[in-house]
Write a protein that binds this ligand. Sequence first.
Ligand code: CP
Length: 302
Amino acid sequence: MNKNLLSLADLSRKEIEDLISFAEKFINEDGSFKKESLFSDKTIANIFCEPSTRTKSSFEIAAKNLGCNVLDFDTESSSLQKGESIYETIDALSLMGVDLCVLRHSESVIHELAQYIPEMTFINGGEGSISHPTQGLLDLMTIIQHKKTPDDQNIVIVGDLDHSRVTASFLEGLNNFKIKSLTFSGHPDMCKSFQNHPQGKYEPDLDLAIEGSDVVMALRIQHERLAAEDIVDIDQYKYEYQINSERLAMANEAAILMHPGPVNLDIEISTMVYESDQSVIRQQIANGVAIRMAVLSQFLSG
Ligand code: CP
């Protein structure tokens, strides 16, 4: 396995399955997480140049569960605000003894940083609209918990696909599995790159897309990344693309509903389906801690 986790495309099916099995071992029977002081000599820094609740907090909890020292790097009060570059910032942290950096950034800077600061281990915590590998791992973990394997599943992804780093990493992960079908759905202005996609078909009519599906993944409308001309009418969006009880009933009876969060509740999905037995959205959040414990253990030992 590489020294850094930059992209899910860098991992084989076996490496993905091994990381997910490893993550399962960190979950106690009651759903709490094991606390093992395995890496008390390691320091990690969470550098989040874009907002985050789930990824940042779960990496911090995962690192503390493993006994790491955690530097909660506050970008707003750092010398990034004085014009220091992200390279100089992370190089300085490396010189201070930080072993591993979880980086979220709006641009694809992590690949060059990993090249130029080889002493540091880099974990991609979200790279613009490009990738979010640990989200992809926890999404696959959640599917495996409910369906045993992504193989032979009918999967639908609906929403703002063009801006979704979650989708990009999920597709890199799915590339390793023999899924039955993959359907992309959503407003055409949000799915421009998915209308002729090698991995799946685009079906703009969500009612047709969702019929017979086993896994339904809804995505957040990323207002912060949409150009003004692409902002859609929310009421029309809800009418055409909201996952509500009627729509979820068109999927297979045992279908699961996923969403990476944060959810724009009652826009992308209704409160009723969010709270339904078919929703595994809260389980995805919890799996985030376990998968990040596995990732940190693996890449700190590497
Ligand atoms: N899913 C996800 O990346 O959530 P956060 O932006 O809260 O980290």
